[in-house]
Design a protein around this ligand. Structure first.
Ligand code: TNX
Length: 494
């Protein structure tokens, strides 16, 4: 066999796996090494791995039978309890690479582990039949949290499908499994509706600052959902109501109590819009748009927003949000909303997303026993600048450098909320002050990697000193992939 062109490395994985032990020897992986699917649930993982090998070595490996020779084999873990639904084992020996998992998620995360190990050796694509040496290793890896999210606000500034897909791919490469799309706000309604074409004909035409807007057709949205699903990522779409609705009010005057349309907002003021919550037509509207969204969305969640509804009378707010949650349920989905929805008693199954941790809200969330997705702003809001000179974003929750994004425990962050209620963590990128794909990248890299490790790796196993060493090695890879990242001085970039 030809001399190897490179040696893969498992030394710098992010997130840090649960356990990893190395051994002598290596597997020689080439672009003709078969990728064998011995468990049907591994089909998507094998296809992705094939694509990564193709990208790195210039040809896609065969995806069928192994004839007993050297191969990458995906095989069932036979329901081994400790691996749960997302854990996996990866065993590399000189004879073969074997992946075991209980289902498709674990297989997909194992494929991402292999991809990272390969990309660390081959940041720039090669066109070669020569092998990459993959060092012998045994990895056993199980996530800490079930909800590992990334949110992108496409309402304040719109980002086209390619940008969204590239963000999803990046999130999946870090084993994040929820992609929350903030689809509507005062400044834009970004998803085409069959029942109400005005929502995008009027509501999608502009953005913060008055620039051109944009929206996803139903077909494009479906494509995003599918792209994410194939990578193990569930899309969580948000229709923010009853506040943050000026783009809807601008499109459909009867949603507004005075029956006239305000202009779509192009500034960033909040708390100035509300649906007319005592008009029955508003509930028909909510049922229609949630129903359409539920039909287009394969994942189990629909986010109803519910934040900063300062123009909605508190009783009206409670009535509206509890009915909106019921509408989501009627369409077969689980409702999720920002922390304030707890006031509406949205039902036990409703998931709450904590961002400020307002005392009354968190006490009520704890008392009602809601599952909590922790998005505490001063650690996980990626629209906060790293420091004064960061060329995009804002700073109302303080500066968040990479060390700060890394150094917290989501299960202990809000004392009133018991650790057992915290189902996960989500990093949020609001886009009032984010306009270009490069600005998206520099705000999420490297902090999304930090938050992905917060979400995956057990608290006791995490160390900033070790993380900063590992994340430094991603700089050249991101650079080679044409991604913009922030050279945070806390990280020893090569
Ligand atoms: C607060 S988080 C908001 C958003 C803003 C964000 C800016 C939340 C539920 N509401 O509307 O975009 O701060 O950081």
């Amino acid at each position: 066999m030809d001399d190897p062109v490179a040696t893969a490395s498992f030394d710098d994985l992010i997130p840090e796996p649960t356990s990893l032990s190395t051994a002598e020897g290596a597997f020689s992986l080439t672009r003709t090494t078969p990728v064998v699917v011995a468990d049907d649930a591994a089909g998507d993982a094998a296809a992705l791995l094939g694509r990564y090998v193709d990208e790195l070595l210039g040809e896609a490996p065969p995806l069928d039978g192994d004839g007993g020779g050297p191969a990458v084999r995906f095989t069932s873990a036979d329901g081994e309890d400790d691996l749960g639904s997302e854990g996996y084992e990866l065993d590399v020996t000189p004879e073969r690479i074997e992946v075991r998992s209980n289902g498709r998620a674990g297989f997909l995360w194992a494929a991402q582990t292999l991809r990272q190990a390969l990309v660390s050796a081959v940041p720039e694509p090669l066109d070669t039949a020569s092998p990459i040496e993959v060092p012998s290793v045994t990895i056993r890896d199980v996530p800490r949290f079930e909800w590992r999210g990334f949110m992108l606000d496409v309402a304040r500034h719109f980002f086209p499908v390619e940008v969204v897909e590239s963000a999803i791919d990046l999130a999946a490469s870090l084993k994040l499994n929820r992609f929350h799309l903030h689809l509507t706000d005062d400044q834009g309604w970004r998803l085409e509706s069959a029942a109400y074409p005005e929502l995008t004909e009027v509501g999608a035409q502009t953005a913060v600052g008055g620039g051109v807007g944009g929206y996803y057709t139903r077909e494009e949205y479906r494509e995003i959902v599918d792209y994410a699903f194939r990578r193990g990522v569930i899309v969580v779409p948000e229709i923010d109501m009853p506040g943050h609705t000026q783009a809807a009010l601008a499109s459909l005057p009867w949603l507004n109590c005075d029956g006239t349309s305000p202009p779509v907002r192009t500034d960033i003021l909040v708390g100035l819009s509300s649906l007319c919550t005592d008009d029955e037509r508003v509930y028909e509207f909510a049922d229609d748009v949630i129903g359409e969204l539920a039909d287009l969305t394969t994942g189990p969640y629909i986010h109803i927003g519910g934040d900063e509804a300062n123009q909605t009378d508190p009783d009206d707010y409670r009535r509206f949000v509890s009915r909106a949650a019921a509408i989501v349920r009627d369409h077969g989905k689980v409702p999720i909303g920002w922390e304030a929805i707890v006031d509406a008693e949205p039902g036990e199954d409703a998931v709450t997303q904590v961002w400020i941790g307002a005392e009354d809200d968190v006490d009520a969330i704890a008392a009602a026993g809601h599952g909590v997705v922790m998005s505490e702003a001063s650690h996980s809001y990626l629209d906060m600048k790293y420091e004064e000179t960061t060329p995009a974003g804002q700073a109302w929750a303080g500066f968040i450098d990479t060390e700060r994004a890394y150094s917290w425990d989501p299960a202990a962050q809000v004392p009133a909320i018991p650790a057992s209620s915290v189902i996960g963590v989500e990093a949020c990128l609001w886009t009032e002050f984010v306009e270009t794909p490069e600005q998206v990248e520099l705000l999420i890299l490297p902090r999304l990697a930090a938050l992905a490790e917060v979400a995956w790796t057990a608290q006791a196993e995490r160390s900033w000193d070790d993380f900063r060493r590992r994340v430094a090695t991603f700089g050249p890879r991101w650079g080679a992939a044409g991604l913009t990242y922030t050279r945070d001085p806390g990280v020893p970039w090569p």
